[in-house]
Design a protein around this ligand. Structure first.
Ligand code: GTP
Length: 355
């Protein structure tokens, strides 16, 4: 089976991490996020993937080449981003599938443990134009929802509402009949969620929902990105792409963790990164060359490449861009982000370093 992987977005919600690296290439549990998706796609029977690129397009081929994780890779770039639907239509030029063949479409920022083969089987059995993976969420009021009828046929795509009619949401993994992709207008900006799917339903096409609530996470926000990395390291979702066994922490080659430091909760310590004695690092992502000084506390945070956390500083839910530096004694909490290269001087006043 062939797949199209949508990886052209700018990842604005994950800035400043995405200034230098597109979201799908951010190091997650020791490898580029996409490596986990490629490994899972391969396990589901995908043999060839077309990457639909736009933002920092050249970085994808440099990262993965023509073959990775058992899958042949092809790259199709948009000069101007065409949106999710336009990108699928554009990338379809590189498909070799016949008109009735199923083509898997994956969002490049979803970590999902659902059964892709079961989704494809439903698609084939129903003779559908498109079959979407739908996941169920506790609080659907934060999402547009996707109701289905008794046969599993999608009846509508509903905008966000205070009291949604269902808790099923679009989980960002679709099976398209190859010929259904050709109904998307060529060379135009099109949203698959807002235009293509509602249009197919209005025209009477069979659009199915494969409802499955396996592990599912959209890593598009800083909190979710850190959670995704943490969950992979802890083994809450299995990935054959992870360079090590699941456990409390993943320490990559060349990293130095003092025996006097506490490092756990699914933390990744990147190549050449260093954690000094007396530091506590929980559930975080330390990119290559990051440095955490003695007595510092880092929780649920991302420390960019070569960024430094000073002695006794506290980071909780914070993001440090590449090469940023937090002087001793500072506290950064609740989503604070430091742009690449920015340095916070040491604080004059010292408090307790309890997190
Ligand atoms: P934000 O800017 O933070 O919303 O992130 P994003 O740009 O990734 O947008 P979003 O999360 O809505 O995108 C979902 C998926 O579609 C991601 O994998 C994106 O890379 C991809 N995507 C979004 N827009 C485009 C586009 O215009 N072209 C291509 N090729 N991919 C896109």
């Amino acid at each position: 089976m062939e797949a199209i992987l949508l990886v052209g977005g700018q990842g604005t919600r994950l800035r400043p991490l995405t200034i230098s690296t597109p979201k799908p290439l951010l190091p997650t549990a020791g490898v580029a996020f996409l490596a986990h998706q490629l490994a899972r796609a391969h396990a589901a029977g995908v043999t060839r993937i077309v990457f639909a690129t736009s933002y920092r397009a050249e970085m994808f081929e440099a990262a993965f080449g023509v073959r990775a994780h058992g899958v042949e890779l092809v790259y199709v770039s948009e000069a101007e981003p065409l949106g999710t639907g336009g990108a699928i239509r554009n990338a379809a030029r590189a498909l070799t599938s016949g008109p009735d063949d199923p083509v898997l479409i994956l969002n490049g920022d979803i970590l999902s443990g659902h059964d892709v083969q079961a989704q494809v089987a439903l698609h084939e059995k129903a003779g559908a134009a498109v079959t979407l993976h739908l996941t169920e969420v506790d609080d659907p009021s934060r999402f547009g929802v996707v109701p289905t009828d008794g046969e599993g046929r999608v009846t509508a795509f509903l905008e966000k509402a205070a009291r949604p009619v269902t808790n099923q949401i679009n989980a960002g993994c679709y099976v398209f009949r190859r010929s259904a992709i050709d109904t998307i207008p060529e060379g135009e900006v099109v949203s698959v969620e807002r235009e293509t799917f509602p249009g197919l339903i209005a025209s009477g096409a069979v659009v199915m929902g494969h409802v499955e609530s396996a592990y599912w996470l959209d890593v598009g926000t800083p909190e979710a990105f850190v959670q995704g990395s943490r969950d992979l390291v802890l083994g809450k979702i299995a990935s054959s792409a992870m360079p090590g066994e699941p456990g409390d922490r993943l320490v990559l080659d060349g990293a130095v963790v003092s025996p006097g430091a506490v490092v756990r909760g699914g933390t990744t310590v990147g190549r050449g990164a260093e954690i000094e004695a007396g530091a506590t690092v929980l559930g975080s992502v330390l990119q290559d060359g990051a440095f955490v000084s003695e007595g510092a506390t880092v929780r649920d945070s991302v420390i960019g490449r070569g960024a430094r956390v000073g002695a006794g500083a506290v980071l909780d839910g914070a993001i440090l861009g590449d090469g940023a530096s937090v002087g001793p004694g500072n506290e950064l909490r609740g989503g604070l982000r430091l742009w690449p290269g920015i340095s916070l001087p040491p604080t004059a006043v010292r408090f307790s370093t309890d997190a």
